[in-house]
Design a protein around this ligand. Structure first.
Ligand SMILES: Cc1cc2nc3c(=O)[nH]c(=O)nc-3n(C[C@H](O)[C@H](O)[C@H](O)COP(=O)(O)O)c2cc1C
Length: 249
């Protein structure tokens, strides 16, 4: 069973692509996360958890969802982490998570997809993004063959720098960099409410038709990247940049 969470569509695309190869569907964890619902799932085939990489680890929001859920049936779990460049030492943290959940970790596969972190980095325009997605498909094909054969994913040896990125840098990043304080909305806002509807933590309310951020933000970039009017900015960091949504979504 494939279970995914996605901010801007990359991980959804990968989960659905894998579902096409493996047969069956892909379950979106959004409603569980947003509703604070602990999932109870059953599968005879291996679990395949698909998510973005945040700070060289699984996003905390997805990890908490996995910790709160019960996985009945299969005891084997694969992780597919979409990323803009690399996942650091996430594989090791995923192995530890599996041990806590009573699952056998079959490995973590990084799939390089377009960068979506518009609040921090440049993000690709549509044509470049399509090309990056095209180049990601062989990695997904290889992952699906391993899953079908129940072969553990081959994992590259992490470097000392990887340990630093997924360890102390992740700690600093998640505690001090992730905040909604710099989100602003301009007069271009059309009061559609899409930002509030897509926020996985329910951290946006409409105040006089305009978004107001309430805290709890996980920097998934769904609000800023899904605004149809381009009315949301993140300080000066997002000014003039394209907004990213998976072009194949
Ligand atoms: C808060 C945040 C942190 C990120 N951290 C990393 C990272 O550590 N390494 C990386 O290669 N990409 C990183 N990215 C890029 C995303 O992991 C990547 O674009 C992913 O495919 C987005 O998936 P989604 O569209 O399913 O949300 C980060 C993006 C965000 C928004």
């Amino acid at each position: 069973m494939i279970i995914y969470w996605s901010g801007t569509g990359n991980s959804r695309y990968c989960a659905e692509y894998l579902a096409g190869k493996l047969g069956g569907g892909a379950l979106d964890a959004f409603s569980y996360i947003r509703g604070g619902i602990a999932g109870e799932f059953i599968s005879s085939g291996p679990w395949v958890f698909v998510s973005p990489t945040h700070g060289w680890r699984l996003p905390g929001i997805f990890e908490r969802f996995l910790r709160s859920a019960r996985f009945n049936g299969s005891k084997c779990a694969y992780f597919v982490m979409t990323c803009g460049s690399d996942i650091g030492r996430a594989a090791e943290y995923n192995r530890r998570l599996c041990a806590e959940l009573g699952l056998v970790c079959m490995g973590t596969r990084a799939v390089v997809m377009p960068e979506n972190y518009v609040a921090m980095f440049p993000v690709p325009g549509e044509a470049e993004a399509r090309e990056i997605v095209r180049r990601a498909r062989p990695a997904l094909d290889a992952a699906s063959v391993d899953i079908i054969n129940m072969t553990p994913f081959a994992e590259p040896r992490p470097s000392a720098l990887d340990a630093l990125k997924s360890g102390p840098v992740n700690y600093f990043f998640t505690r001090y960099m992730i905040s909604d304080r710099r989100f602003t909305v301009s007069d271009k806002c059309v009061s559609c409410g899409k930002c509030a509807a897509l926020c996985p933590v329910g951290g946006i309310e409409l105040d006089g038709g305009r978004p107001r951020w309430l805290g709890g933000c996980v920097h998934c970039m769904a609000c800023i990247c899904s605004c149809p009017a381009g009315a949301i900015e993140y300080g000066r960091a997002s000014l003039g940049k394209p907004r990213y949504r998976c072009p194949e979504g």
